[in-house]
Design a protein around this ligand. Structure first.
Ligand code: ATR
Length: 285
């Protein structure tokens, strides 16, 4: 049973270490997970080649999460609402698209901050790229009340809100988009109880970079999640913790999206502890 991850660039992905450790732990000796870097121009041919070769599953990451949909014969509700997939399951000639980023975020949040704690949240999301898209959809489905979406390019933030309008309307999530600045961030944080950092700013090797500065004081009990898992924690998260926030780095979300994909492919419960250890070791190594 062969699972392949496609992305561009892939760099040093920790997913092969995480999934191969999970297969070994569950006694799935015949299963393998490998990462194959493929640029957008070669993506469709590569997917077709892998489907013809009889792979059992695929994972796709940046920038292929939308382009992969044309190869799928069925889509989960999450994929339909987001227009993006990260996990494909091949069974009985069907190619089923799933998005485990969205429930991966919700589960990581629930484990860090308490089951159902997105309900009625007043959230600030920094960034408006692919990761922000999954987070905004998760906030809608998780029952958050309010969202301030802050991005360097306000047009891109507005486009994200437009694209998720029906989802947000159905769940009653009130949202506004603004340009990211220290002032807009401070104003939004003052009446928030959740902050989610989704940009790549602060990712290794630019560990000292900050997407925005924290205001001098923050609301008591503020919960802050940064989707970056290298470094752990980011400077953004470190400074939030120093001001008294409860924090969660990006590793639990990475492990959860992987664990949910593992369960879709194998039908077995994912060994999350083993996956976390393998991912941490791969990051450290
Ligand atoms: P991903 O799919 O991982 O979210 P992406 O689609 O490239 O990646 O999105 C990157 C996000 O990081 C965007 O919100 C981007 O802001 P713009 O839309 O204005 O480009 C944000 N970002 C990247 N570099 C940034 C920087 N130096 N300062 C602030 N935001 C930055």
């Amino acid at each position: 049973m062969r699972i392949v991850l496609l992305g561009w660039p892939l760099g040093h992905s920790v997913s092969p270490a995480m999934h191969n450790a999970a297969f070994a732990e569950m006694g799935l000796g015949g299963w393998t997970y490998e990462a194959v870097p493929v640029s957008p121009g070669f993506f469709d041919d590569k997917v077709q080649e892998l489907l013809d070769a009889g792979v059992s599953g695929l994972q796709v990451t940046v920038p292929h999460k939308e382009a992969v949909l044309k190869h799928c014969t069925a889509q989960s509700a999450e994929v339909e609402s987001l227009g993006a997939a990260n996990t494909l399951v091949l069974v009985d000639g069907q190619v089923r698209a799933h998005n485990t980023d969205l429930p991966g975020f919700v589960r990581a949040w629930d484990v860090a901050f308490g089951q159902g704690s997105l309900r009625s949240a007043r959230a600030v999301v920094v960034g408006a790229g692919g990761a922000a898209r999954a987070v905004v959809a998760a906030l809608s489905l998780g029952g958050a009340d309010q969202l301030v979406l802050l991005n360097r390019s306000v047009e891109r933030a507005q486009a994200l809100l437009d694209d998720t309008a029906s989802l947000r309307l159905a769940s009653g999530l009130q949202a506004t988009a603004e340009e990211l600045s220290d002032v807009s961030f401070a104003t939004a944080v003052a009446s928030a109880d959740a902050v989610i950092q989704t940009t790549s700013v602060g990712m290794s090797p630019h560990n000292r970079a900050l997407p925005v500065h924290w205001p001098t004081s923050i609301p008591e009990g503020l919960r802050v999640l940064d989707v970056i898992y290298n470094p752990r924690p980011t400077r953004f998260l470190e400074e939030a913790a120093a001001k008294g926030a409860r924090t969660c780095d990006g590793l639990p979300m990475l492990v959860e999206q992987g664990a949910l994909a593992f369960e879709l492919w194998t039908g077995l419960p994912a060994p999350r502890g083993v996956m976390t250890e393998a991912a941490s070791a791969a990051l450290a190594g």
